[in-house]
Design a protein around this ligand. Structure first.
Ligand code: ATP
Length: 241
C-alpha cells in the first residue's frame, strides 16, 4: 500500500499549438475521497487526467505529490508513485488474459511478483470478475472489458485511481453496478478516486467533491449540492438562463 496522501495540480496551463486545453487549473485530490470532474465536451477533463498521470507535461504550472513537484516525470514513474488510471477506450492487451493484463500493470509499477498476483486475485474477486481471470481479453463482453480496464488501474495498488468515463457505453444497470463499485473503492482499497462522468445524477450519487471545467477553466468546486446549486454552473453546464 502506498503512503501518498495528496495529488495536486497547481495553476496548470496546457496549450496544443494555439488551443488552450487548460488555463490555470488548480485541484487537489485526497486519499479516501471520490472527486468528480465534469464539464462539457472539450472542457479539458481528459487533458487533466493526462497531466495528473504524467502522460502530458504542463506547459506551465506543476503536478505535486504530497506537495513535492513531480511535473514531467512521465507515466511510468507516476504509476510507481501510486497513480493508476484508465482510458476512455479500454486499451487492453487483447491477446492476453484478464489476469495477465493486471499482472503487466502491477509489474510495470514495480510490485513484486507475489504481491502483484495477490492484488490481481483480490481485485478480480472483489469486482466479480474472478471467473474471467483466465479469459483472453478479445473474448470479453463490452461491459466486462470496461470493468477489466478499471481492475487493471487498481492492480498497481494505487494511492489514486483516475477513471476517464468508465461507464461510457454501458446500460443503466451496468452503470449503476459500476458506480456502486467506484463509490466503495476508498473503503476497500484505501485510495482516492478521480471520476470523469457525463451524467450529473451519477456524479451526484457517488462523489464527495465535484470540480467543474469549462473551456479549460475552473468554473466551480465543492460538494455535489454546492456545485449543483451554483448559478454559474447551472448557466454554463446545465444550460439554464
Ligand atoms: P470530452 O468530454 O469530449 O472527452 P474533455 O473535457 O475530455 O472532452 P479534452 O479531451 O481534454 O476535453 O480536450 C480539451 C481541448 O484540447 C479540446 O479543444 C481538444 O480538442 C484539445 N486537445 C486535446 N488533446 C489534444 C492534442 N493532443 N492535440 C491538440 N489538441 C488537443
Amino acid at each position: 500500500t502506498q503512503t501518498l496522501q495528496t495529488l495536486e495540480a497547481r495553476d496548470v496551463h496546457i496549450s496544443f499549438g494555439g488551443i488552450r486545453a487548460l488555463s490555470g487549473v488548480n485541484m487537489k485530490l485526497r486519499r479516501g475521497v471520490v472527486f468528480g470532474l465534469i464539464g462539457p465536451n472539450g472542457a479539458g477533463k481528459t487533458t487533466m487526467v493526462n497531466v495528473l498521470s504524467g502522460f502530458q507535461r504542463p506547459t506551465s504550472g506543476t503536478v505535486n505529490l504530497d506537495g513535492a513537484d513531480a511535473s514531467g516525470i512521465g507515466p511510468q514513474k507516476m504509476a510507481r508513485a501510486g497513480i493508476g488510471r484508465s482510458f476512455q477506450a479500454a486499451r487492453l492487451f487483447r491477446d492476453m488474459t484478464v489476469e495477465q493484463n493486471l499482472m503487466v500493470a502491477a509489474f510495470g509499477a514495480g510490485l513484486p511478483a507475489a504481491r502483484a498476483a495477490r492484488a490481481a486475485h483480490e481485485i478480480l474477486e472483489w469486482m466479480g470478475l474472478a471467473a474471467a481471470a483466465g479469459k483472453r481479453c478479445d473474448t470479453l463482453s463490452y461491459g466486462d472489458e470496461r470493468r477489466v480496464s478499471i481492475a487493471r488501474a487498481l492492480a498497481l495498488d494505487p494511492a489514486f485511481v483516475l477513471l476517464d468515463e468508465p461507464a461510457s457505453g454501458m446500460n443503466d444497470a451496468e452503470c449503476d453496478a459500476l458506480m456502486h463499485t467506484i463509490a466503495h473503492l476508498p473503503a476497500r482499497f484505501g485510495c482516492g478516486v478521480l471520476l470523469i462522468e457525463h451524467n450529473m445524477k451519477v456524479i451526484m450519487g457517488v462523489c464527495d467533491r465535484v470540480h467543474v471545467l469549462d473551456g479549460g477553466r475552473s468554473l466551480a468546486e465543492g460538494t455535489p449540492v454546492e456545485v449543483q446549486n451554483d448559478p454559474t454552473v447551472r448557466r454554463a453546464y446545465l444550460g439554464e438562463k
